[in-house]
Design a protein around this ligand. Structure first.
Ligand code: UDP
Length: 244
């Protein structure tokens, strides 16, 4: 068991790309992937980390994609926003079914009878009492992504860091699928990312993180145990750490 002094972070926000939840499928929620991620979350709650989650919806619908198919962009984003609620409901239910951890699902838009509306004071209060919070519906507006929601909510709830759990190992110098000489960075500054035009997250979210000195770790959440290892092993990060 870790003491609070030994832990690098007290409160973290974990952003999970929707695609991680689809497992080997092309669409939807794979129950095994969902369960595995819920267990990963439990493993860090068990050592005393306060955790909030923002889940994307690339496994269901993304606004940008739907609009290329001919739907109005605002409506497309509304569909994306509602899809994040679907993923969040599934994740909350899975965490509840595999653990006795208290959870709370807060949405940026009112969804009476389904979940609470986001309230930052209540969020901080619940996090302090070791609830796992799930922030759904992004920031509630079209033309944003869940990366923005992750950074906004992390800053609001005074989280120490954002962990961006993806299906890639971190930030590369170039696309590793196309270039065999692509280098995986261990550590970058905000300046490096902007200068080299590296893809970490959407730009408005990234600039917000920079302006508020919010560190970001991009890592492969598909690797079993990766979240726990990064959080407990301070010198040898998997993934890429970005900070000032
Ligand atoms: N979205 C939005 N506003 C927000 C957050 C999300 O409009 O504040 C919509 C947008 O259409 C986006 C979709 O929800 O494409 C899913 O989010 P995201 O693309 O970030 O999911 P991820 O790529 O992380 O799975």
């Amino acid at each position: 068991m870790f003491t609070h002094k030994q832990l690098l972070y007290r409160r973290i926000l974990l952003k999970i790309s929707g695609e991680v939840l689809q497992g080997v499928n092309k669409f939807g929620i794979d129950i095994h992937a969902l369960k595995r991620i819920a267990k990963e979350i439990k493993s860090i709650v068990d050592i005393g980390i306060q955790v909030s989650l923002v889940i994307g919806s690339g496994n269901l619908f993304r606004g940008t994609h739907l609009s290329t198919l001919g739907l109005n962009r605002v409506v497309s984003d509304h569909i994306g926003i509602l899809s994040t609620v679907i993923n969040s409901l599934a994740m909350r239910d899975m965490i509840n079914s595999i653990s006795s951890i208290n959870t709370c699902l807060m949405s940026a838009i009112p969804l009476n009878g389904i979940c609470e509306i986001y309230n930052y004071e209540r969020a901080i209060h619940l996090l302090s009492n070791n609830f796992v919070l799930i922030f759904a519906a992004g920031i509630g507006n079209p033309f944003f992504t869940t990366d923005s929601a992750a950074c906004v909510r992390a800053i609001e709830t005074k989280s120490d860091i954002v962990f961006k759990g993806t299906k890639v190992d971190g930030v590369y110098s170039k696309d590793p699928k196309k270039y065999t000489d692509a280098v995986l960075y261990k550590e970058l500054t905000y300046k490096d990312v902007l200068k080299k035009e590296l893809k970490v997250m959407d730009l408005s979210a990234f600039v917000l993180a920079r302006d508020h000195h919010l560190p970001i770790v991009v890592f492969n959440i598909k690797k079993p145990g990766s979240l726990y290892r990064i959080i407990t092993n301070n010198n040898n990060y998997e993934g890429t750490m970005i900070r000032g």
